[in-house]
Design a protein around this ligand. Sequence first.
Ligand SMILES: Cc1ncc(COP(=O)(O)O)c(C=O)c1O
Length: 410
Amino acid sequence: MFDVSEVRKDFPMLQNKMMQNHPLVYLDNGATTFKPQSVIDAVTGYYTTTSCNIHRGDYDLSFQISSEYENARKSVAQFLNAEAKEIVFTSGATASLNQIAYGYGLKHLQKGDVILTTEAEHASSILPWFKVVEQTGAVIEYIELTEKGELSVENVRKALHEKVKVVVFAAVSNVLGFKNPVKEITRLAHELGAVVVCDGAQWVPHVKTDVKDLDVDFMVFSAHKCCGPTGIGVLYGKYDLLEDMEPVVYGGGANARFDACGNILLKHAPAKFEAGTPAIEAALGLKAAVEYLQKLDMDNIEAYEADLKRYAIEKLKELDHLMIYNAEASTGIIAFNVKDVFAQDAASYLNSQGIAVRAGNHCAKILVQHLKTSETIRASFYFYNTKEDVDRFVEACKNITVENCVGLFF
Ligand SMILES: Cc1ncc(COP(=O)(O)O)c(C=O)c1O
């Protein structure tokens, strides 16, 4: 196991950062994460030493940066246990999910086909499929969630039938943090010939990912949620499926040739999905991020966060005025509310104590209906959070009352 006090030294944002005159306790890692110095150096290193375009120039500097960019792809492939040609760089998980829905869904789905998903999905995962439904006549069906909002293998089995062509779900829910049984769901979907699209935005940063073992057809994530830069994400796809998918964006670098009649010969994947100049510096930053995570070891990260979550839940359970929605979820997300206090007001109170959390529906607008609340407060940990952070958070939670929240505004 790593030494968290040593780990924290790698993050400039964790060095004496204050918020509202308190040392910052950052518990919004589900939204985005801080970057270690090695990632920052990789990004700035591009601008200071190798700042030119990839796959275009006929000079040494361009050859060098092209090969560094492709090395980033190899590092991500190794991180996921995939092959480099199966890794497409996009601008983020949202772009990856849109590419799959429009590129695969529009091409392959027909009237009456079923896209099976859950009510817990993030808008970026589900909205593109709503648009596919409009254009193809396919329909969306929902796998029933358990009362607690979990995705059970049993309910997946019940929901699957021969018209299901695509199964779309988050490996970890961004609201409740339940770790879904990805491998079992994928096996069941494959028995009926359905393609599995797995939203790994909240899984890949926290859990060791082996796409070959999970056998998912597509898996996506954003670099910024796992210590990498914003502006870059990953679309993993089995190579045959990538070759069979249409790009959403067309342009330079993605075609082998085209003519005046509009005939386009695309390059093979992944190049055919990467038209235009990509976020080169972000790819180098992502490489540094996955290398950083691998050094800490993803199994250590998962175990550390689970321990932090257990520690927090034990303490929070003692507070009668808190309603916790996901005490059993093993990842580092805590979804809760405070009796008689609006989630936003509670988050503002925590802010006044130097604690950063998020309140709202977390882009999962259907799930909140299932939870019978319009909003929740989400505290989300990463491996650089400490038990001291949790103690500060719990102490502040003790004092979230209507009076204290009103006091913020008057
Ligand atoms: C489960 C899930 N899917 C997709 C996304 C979209 O990620 P991004 O905004 O980085 O594209 C998020 C972001 O919060 C998420 O939590």
